[in-house]
Design a protein around this ligand. Structure first.
Ligand SMILES: C[C@H](O)[C@H](O)[C@@H](O)C(=O)CO
Ligand SMILES: [Mn+2]
Length: 459
């Protein structure tokens, strides 16, 4: 297949609709996408031996989960080689790399005492691969999450522990920004809420507000660290009441001048984030997004090149807001090859951005001229355009292979399959599930614990 020849033809066809494919490709190659690190290890992290909590869940137990920093970095390196465009890496605090037995002020290093040095290996990794870094405090999968509560807890010891965690994370975010020379988005999401009808809805939200105020009270460079707040509608086991609801978060960010973060899995199933973007952009300097695929709930399926992903990207492009919308992925599928899950979702997001950049400006005019008949015809016509040929040219220019599946299969054979060893590759999240590839039952938490022995095994 002659990619260049096909692209040249596609370029002419798009030109007939007054679409400049060169301008689209030029823009796309500079749009940064922040890659969530947690697809590679089923959101387990390295700092605690707790199973995943917080009302989120990974299902499946495909072979090859990254069990330590070395394996996770190895996998991310593979993924970034298969995805075009500029990338950032989005880390959770639970991915701190702490020496076994390390103490600070006579206490074992915990989330309330983590320091920039616990992320030095990640900074080195980011520099080596020219990645910016984003960050997230981890308010889940930890023994100090008591009765599902963190920053909204009525227990002052619990609340203060998590406030300290938030403050430490701002310091780490600032370190990331300074070291990489790129702004660091620090996103706060808490799982707090109640399974059943609460007697007091105001109290927990008032405590959450107070905790956020305390976290944000420490000085930090606002030109380098963009603090975000992510809302949610519900989580597993937290079905009746969520402290960090959409209204709470939207009001808090407006009041404090921080950045709203919208995860398209965090709304009622008929609500669309694509429809919310324009309103958010009119009232906020910046907007952060977590792109996922909710199937009936916040299931965090791999992002597809589907209608809503395309519509989200169109809204960003139509608003000319690529420089103030911060796009990150957030999903975790453990039922398929994780390198493929990562790569497929990231490439689909890149595709959706390209698709949006190839939309004719004249569509807006049709709307303003009330020509809704032609608008519908044009929307449908665009689906027939030789989009694939422009995408192929983008891959060629970025030096990225089209057939990433073969690469995934090779990597699985040479790297991932070798991770199924004596201890087996069990994640604490789903220790009793059947292995997707071999069909064998896993042996449970003993094996899972053993995998953590090597969690600090980094050169
Ligand atoms: C790991 C989580 O997905 C993430 O922190 C949060 O953004 C979320 O979406 C929780 O549902
Ligand atoms: Mn999210």
């Amino acid at each position: 297949m002659d990619v260049v020849k096909r692209y040249e033809e596609a370029k002419e066809i798009y030109k007939s609709l007054e679409v400049d494919t060169e301008a689209a490709l030029d823009k796309l190659k500079n749009v940064a996408i922040s890659i969530h690190c947690w697809q590679g290890d089923d959101v387990v992290g390295f700092d605690s031996k707790e199973a995943l909590s917080g009302g989120i869940q990974t299902t499946g137990n495909y072979m090859g989960r990254a069990r330590n920093p070395k394996e996770l970095m190895e996998d991310i390196t593979k993924v970034i080689s298969l995805v075009p465009g500029v990338k950032k890496l989005n880390l959770h605090a639970s991915y701190a790399i702490i020496d076994e037995g390390e103490m600070i002020n006579g206490k074992k290093v915990d989330r309330d005492s983590i320091l920039p040095k616990h992320f030095k290996a990640w900074v080195d990794f980011a520099k080596e691969h020219n990645l910016g870094l984003d960050f997230n405090p981890t308010f889940f999968s930890h023994p100090m999450v008591k009765d599902g509560l963190t920053l909204s807890s009525p227990d002052e010891d619990v609340r203060k522990f998590w406030v300290e965690h938030g403050k430490r994370c701002i310091e780490i975010s600032e370190y990331f920004a300074k070291e990489t020379g790129k702004p660091c988005l620090m996103n706060i999401w808490i799982p707090d809420g109640y399974k059943d009808i609460p007697a007091d809805r105001l109290g927990p939200r008032a405590r959450f507000k107070k905790s956020l105020d305390e976290i944000l009270s420490i000085p930090y460079d606002k030109s380098k660290v963009y603090i975000c707040l992510e809302s949610k509608v519900f989580g597993i086991g937290v079905e009746s009441y969520t402290v960090g609801s959409a209204e709470f978060c939207m009001n808090y960010v407006a009041n404090k001048g921080i950045t709203p973060l919208m995860d398209n899995g965090h709304y009622h199933p008929t609500e669309l984030v694509s429809d919310k973007i324009s309103s958010m952009l009119l009232f906020n300097e910046r907007l952060a997004l977590h792109i996922t695929r909710p199937v009936r709930w916040d299931s965090d399926h791999v992002v597809l090149f589907d209608d809503e992903t395309k519509e989200i990207c169109k809204e960003i492009v139509r608003a000319n807001a690529l420089d103030r919308v911060f796009i990150a992925t957030d999903y975790f599928d453990a039922s398929i090859n994780r390198i493929s899950a990562w790569t497929t979702g990231l490439r689909n997001l890149e595709k959706a951005l390209l698709y949006a950049l190839l939309e004719p400006k004249s569509l807006k005019e049709l709307q303003n001229n009330f020509d809704f008949t032609k608008l519908m015809v044009m929307h449908e016509k665009l689906k027939e355009m030789p989009f694939g040929d422009v995408w192929q040219e983008y891959l060629r220019r970025e030096g990225v292979v089209d057939d990433y599946y073969s690469e995934v299969v090779r990597y699985e054979k040479e790297v991932l399959s070798k991770r199924v060893d004596f201890f087996e590759n069990v994640s604490p999240n789903h220790a009793n599930e059947k292995d997707n590839k071999t069909g064998s039952n896993k042996s449970g938490m003993v094996a899972a614990d053993e995998t953590f022995i090597s969690a600090y095994d980094i050169e």
